[in-house]
Design a protein around this ligand. Structure first.
Ligand code: F6R
Length: 585
C-alpha cells in the first residue's frame, strides 16, 4: 500500500510533490521517490526512509521542471531497497511510473518482456507497467492508445500515474483510489485529497476502469474502451487539510487528546441517516458487523451492547475471514461495515460478498470520500477529522460513540449525556504523570497480558493491539475466565498484566483473576474506578454508566502505549511495517 501523486502546472513540481507525499506518508513510508520532466528529459531521485529523511539526504525537491510524479512505498513485492522504490523508469528512460496496488500477472508479463529484450532492475510488480508502456508507446506513438493497450494487458488492482518524456501525464484506476485535483493553473493526480488540498478543493473521484490523459492543465477522462466518460467535479471539505501536529510532539498524542471533542462531534453530521440506519436495524432479518483490526474490535463491542441493551442479536465477522466462509451471511440481511479509511481491501471485499447476497450496507466511516461510502446504502460519518497516526485512536472512540447513539435511539430508556461523558474523559487525559511513570516500568518488559470480561474483553484485545503496534512488546488480550484454562501457566514475576476492571457485573470475577495472577508474582496494572491492594499500579477511570466504560478504559491504555513507545524510542506515529490504510488483501 502506497501513495502516488502527479502534478502538471505552472509551478516547479518537485517541492509541491514532496509536500503532498509528506501528507500522505500515513499510507506507507519505507521509501520515497520523485521524477520530473524538464526539457523533454526525465530526472529521478529515490531513497529508503521517510519523506523528510530522504529529502534531506538527496534533495528530492530540487528536481527541475513543472511536471512530475512521486511515490511513498510500503513494500509488498520485494524488499525495502532503493531499486524497489518508485518511480520506476522504463528501459529507455523515456517513461516513468508510480503505482499503488498489485499486478497479478506480473510474472507472466515479465517473462514476455524479458524475451523481447527488456531488463528489470527491481523485484517489484510495478516496473512491469513502465516497460509495458514503453513497448506499447513505441508501437502506437500515442499516449492514449498506449494506456488503453496497457490496461487491457495487466490484471490486478491498481492506480498508476505515468509520465512521458514530452511532459504528458496519464493515469489509470482499477480498484485503487485515484483523485484528480483541479486548480486554477494546475492539475493533480493523487491517492488522497491530502496530496493537494492546500492548492485546490475541486476534485474528481475517478471511477473504476477510467483513465485520464493530461496535457498541461487540459485533461480527458475515458473508460477502458477509450470512450469519453461523464465525471463530476465536487468540492471537498477544507478540514481535510487540517493535518498539522500543532503543539503536540506526535499526531498520535494529538489524536488521543482530541477524543473528548470527538465524543461530542461524532455522528453530528449524520443524524438523519442514523434514523434510517436504526430503521434498517430494527427490521433486519439478520445483522452482521464487519471490520478489520481496531474497527473489528468496535464490532465486538457493538454485538455486546446491541444484545445487552436493546435485545438485538448480531454477528461480528472479521472482514478478511468472510471470503473463506461466505455462507455465514444469509441473503437479504443487513451488514454494518466499520472502517476509518473506508479503503481497507478486506472490508470492501466483505461488502462485495454481502451485496451479492442482496444485503443492505450500513457503513460507519471517517473518510466520506472513500470507496466504502460509494458502496453503502447508508453511511454514518465518524466526523473525527483526519487520523494520521497509524494506530487507530480517536476513530475507535468515534465508532463507539456512533454505536452508542444507535443503541440510544433503539432503546426507550437509555439516555447518554455525551457532554458529561466528554468532561469525564478530559479528566483522564489532563494528568498523564502516573501513566508516564508506568510507561517507564514497561520499557524492558517482553510480555504483557490484558484481561477483561464481557464488554471489557474487546477492550483487552484493543489494548493488546495498541501496545503491539506502538511499543513492539508482545501483548495478548484474554477473556478473564479463560485464565485458568491455559494462560495462567505463563504468569511469573517477569510478566505484566493489565486488568480491565470497572465496577460493573464483571468486577468481582475479574478481581478474583487478579488475585490468582498476583499469587504467581506477576505485576498488575489495574484499570478501574475502584482502587485495590492487588494492583501494583492503579489507573483510575471515572465512575460512569456501564455502557460507556469501554471508551474510558481504552484512552489511558492508548496513552500508556504512546508513552511506552517514547521510552522504547520507537516512532508512535509510524510503527514499523504498518500502513494506515491497507488497500491490499
Ligand atoms: C490498529 C489499526 C488497524 C486498523 C485496520 C482497519 O490501530 O489502525 O488495525 O484498525 O487496518 O482500518 P480501517 O478502519 O481503516 O478499515
Amino acid at each position: 500500500m502506497c501513495s502516488i501523486i502527479g502534478y502538471s502546472g505552472n509551478e516547479v513540481a518537485a517541492p509541491i510533490i514532496v509536500k503532498g507525499l509528506k501528507r500522505m506518508e500515513y499510507r506507507g513510508y519505507d521509501s520515497v521517490g520523485v521524477a520530473t520532466e524538464s526539457n523533454n528529459q526525465i530526472e529521478l531521485k529515490k531513497g529508503i526512509g521517510k519523506v523528510n529523511e530522504v529529502n534531506s539526504k538527496i534533495q528530492l525537491d530540487t528536481l527541475p521542471g513543472k511536471t512530475g510524479i512521486g511515490h511513498t512505498r510500503w513494500a509488498t513485492h520485494g524488499k525495502v531497497t532503493e531499486f524497489n522504490a518508485h518511480p520506476h523508469p522504463s528501459n529507455s528512460g523515456k517513461i516513468a511510473i508510480v503505482h499503488n496496488g498489485i499486478i497479478e500477472n506480473f510474472e507472466e508479463l515479465k517473462k514476455q518482456l524479458e524475451n523481447e529484450g527488456y531488463n528489470f532492475k527491481s523485484e517489484t510488480d510495478s516496473e512491469i507497467i513502465a516497460n509495458l508502456l514503453q513497448k506499447n508507446y513505441e508501437s502506437t506513438k500515442n499516449v492514449k492508445e498506449t494506456i488503453l493497450k496497457t490496461v487491457s494487458e495487466i490484471k490486478g488492482d491498481y492506480a498508476f500515474v505515468a509520465m512521458f518524456e514530452n511532459g504528458q501525464l496519464a493515469a489509470a484506476r482499477f480498484h485503487e483510489p485515484l483523485i484528480v485535483g483541479i486548480g486554477q493553473e494546475n492539475v493533480f493526480l493523487s491517492s488522497d485529497v491530502l496530496g493537494f488540498i492546500e492548492y485546490t478543493d475541486n476534485v474528481i473521484y475517478m471511477k473504476n476502469r477510467n483513465i485520464i490523459i493530461l496535457d498541461k492543465k487540459d485533461f480527458q477522462i475515458l473508460d477502458f474502451n477509450g470512450k469519453n466518460t461523464e465525471y463530476e467535479i465536487t468540492k471537498v471539505s477544507k478540514e481535510f487539510g487540517d493535518v498539522y501536529k500543532g503543539d503536540y510532539a506526535h499526531f498520535t498524542l494529538k489524536e488521543i487528546y482530541e477524543q473528548p471533542d470527538v465524543i461530542l462531534k461524532s455522528g453530528e453530521k449524520t443524524i438523519g441517516d442514523i434514523e434510517k440506519a436504526v430503521d434498517y436495524i430494527k427490521n433486519a432479518k439478520n445483522i452482521y458487523i464487519t471490520g478489520s483490526g481496531t474497527s473489528y474490535n468496535s464490532a465486538l463491542i457493538a454485538k455486546q451492547i446491541l444484545s445487552k441493551y436493546v435485545k438485538i442479536k448480531s454477528e461480528p465477522i472479521i472482514s478478511s475471514e468472510l471470503q473463506f466462509s461466505p455462507e455465514i451471511i444469509e441473503r437479504d440481511s443487513v451488514l454494518i461495515a466499520i472502517s476509518q479509511s473506508g479503503e481497507s481491501a478486506d472490508v470492501l471485499e466483505a461488502v462485495r460478498i454481502a451485496k451479492k447476497l442482496n444485503c443492505k450496507i450500513i457503513s460507519i466511516v471517517n473518510l466520506l470520500t472513500s470507496s466504502l461510502v460509494r458502496k453503502s446504502d447508508i453511511t454514518l460519518g465518524m466526523n473525527c477529522g483526519p487520523e494520521i497516526g497509524v494506530a487507530a485512536t480517536k476513530s475507535f472512540t468515534a465508532q463507539l460513540t456512533i454505536l452508542y447513539k444507535i443503541v440510544q435511539k433503539l432503546s426507550n430508556n437509555i439516555t447518554i449525556d455525551f457532554e458529561k461523558f466528554a468532561e469525564s474523559i478530559l479528566k483522564i487525559i489532563e494528568n498523564p504523570v502516573k501513566i508516564q511513570k508506568i510507561a517507564k516500568e514497561l520499557k524492558n518488559v517482553s510480555d504483557i497480558y490484558i484481561l477483561g470480561r464481557g464488554i471489557n474483553y474487546p477492550i483487552a484485545i484493543e489494548s493488546a493491539l495498541k501496545l503491539k503496534e506502538l511499543t513492539y512488546i508482545h501483548a495478548e488480550g484474554i477473556p478473564g475466565g479463560e485464565l485458568k484454562h491455559g494462560p495462567l501457566a505463563l504468569m511469573d514475576s517477569n510478566v505484566f498484566v493489565i486488568i480491565i476492571n470497572p465496577n460493573d457485573s464483571t468486577y468481582a470475577d475479574t478481581l478474583t483473576s487478579a488475585r490468582e495472577i498476583k499469587a504467581r508474582g506477576a505485576k498488575i496494572i489495574g484499570v478501574s474506578d475502584i482502587e485495590s491492594d492487588l494492583y501494583d499500579y492503579w489507573i483510575e477511570i471515572p465512575k460512569i454508566k456501564e455502557i460507556l466504560y469501554p471508551i474510558s478504559e481504552i484512552i489511558p491504555i492508548q496513552l500508556l502505549s504512546y508513552y511506552s513507545a517514547l521510552e522504547k524510542d520507537t516512532d508512535p506515529d509510524y510503527p514499523r511495517n504498518l500502513a494506515k490504510s491497507v488497500t491490499v488483501k
